[in-house]
Ligand binder design. Structure first.
Ligand SMILES: [Zn+2]
Length: 285
């Protein structure tokens, strides 16, 4: 059984082919935000059709960088790329590719990928967040993605960390995503994120807001482990050492909830492996 796995993000998108659970093909390309949905669909379908002819696959699974209504298999909206509102992505790809397709939010699939194949193995409940163009999150409970009543569980990016702070893409003010995601920190500070994380003064301020968001997760859910993926997590110790110190400062010794925060083991591939795991668990065939 071969699976086509797709990760659609605001800065880049990736397409991979799994033969059973081994990744045998993988491509990543920059997202043209001004190209909107039409451009993205054309790119993905182009690659998929080539691979279908050459290597072949029998099912497809997609992680989308924005809210997805899992029950209807539609994208709800994207805050960074236009044209996705209420788009029936699974049905559209199924029509183009002629194989069963399942879609979910990239935060949920990052969580599932790390839980099954990465840093979250054996940890339950388990929380994953990605900090890249935006911020997403996902919760694994009882070995499954917890989606909530309306597929909006795990949306840690829109927890308020700065009441009255700057306006977020969701319309609220001072969201964690507005204060800490790659797209906004680059705009606010006029430098690429990877340069910002070499500046200890920037990181000291940055981890305060990030820890406020993570504290909510730790105290509400008491996860066995919390894993951070996405481009920002590549800052490594420059981020994780001060973040841990700040979490221990904000979460007092009153709480016995563990503070176990690690970078994603699958780096750029958490969502792709999560897509594979979803296809396997959903028995998409
Ligand atoms: Zn927001």
């Amino acid at each position: 059984m071969n699976t086509l796995a797709i990760d659609i993000g605001g800065t880049k998108f990736s397409v991979a082919l799994f033969e059973v659970s081994r990744m045998t093909l993988r491509q990543t390309h920059a997202t043209r935000r001004d190209g909107g949905r039409a451009w993205m669909m054309e790119q993905i379908v182009g690659i998929a059709k080539l691979w279908k002819k050459d290597a072949g696959f029998q099912r497809c699974s997609v992680g989308f960088g924005g809210p997805v209504d899992f029950s209807s298999q539609r994208v709800t909206v994207s805050n960074v790329v236009s044209g996705w509102q209420e788009f029936p992505l699974a049905a559209s790809l199924q029509h183009e590719l002629g194989v069963p397709v399942v879609i979910d939010n990239d935060g949920n699939l990052g969580a599932l990928g790390e839980a099954v194949y990465g840093s979250g193995a054996g940890c339950d409940p388990f929380f994953y967040m990605n900090i890249s163009t935006g911020i997403g999150g996902g919760l694994i409970m009882g070995g499954e993605v917890y989606r909530g009543a309306d597929s909006f569980a795990g949306e840690i990016g829109h927890i308020t960390v700065r009441p009255g702070g700057p306006r977020c893409g969701c319309g609220a003010q001072g969201c964690l995503e507005r204060m800490c995601c790659g797209m906004w920190i680059e705009e606010d500070h006029g430098k690429p994120a990877k340069d910002l994380f070499t500046d200890p003064a920037f990181v000291r301020n940055y981890v305060v807001d990030l820890a406020i968001g993570l504290k909510s997760v730790i105290l509400l859910l008491n996860p066995a482990r919390l894993v951070i993926g996405g481009g920002i997590s590549k800052a490594g110790d420059a981020l994780f050492v001060p973040l841990n110190a700040e979490l221990h400062r904000q979460i007092t010794s009153w709480s016995r909830a563990r503070i176990d925060v690690l970078p994603a083991a699958l780096a750029d591939d958490s969502v792709l492996y999560g897509a594979l795991a979803l296809a396997e668990s959903a028995s998409v065939s």
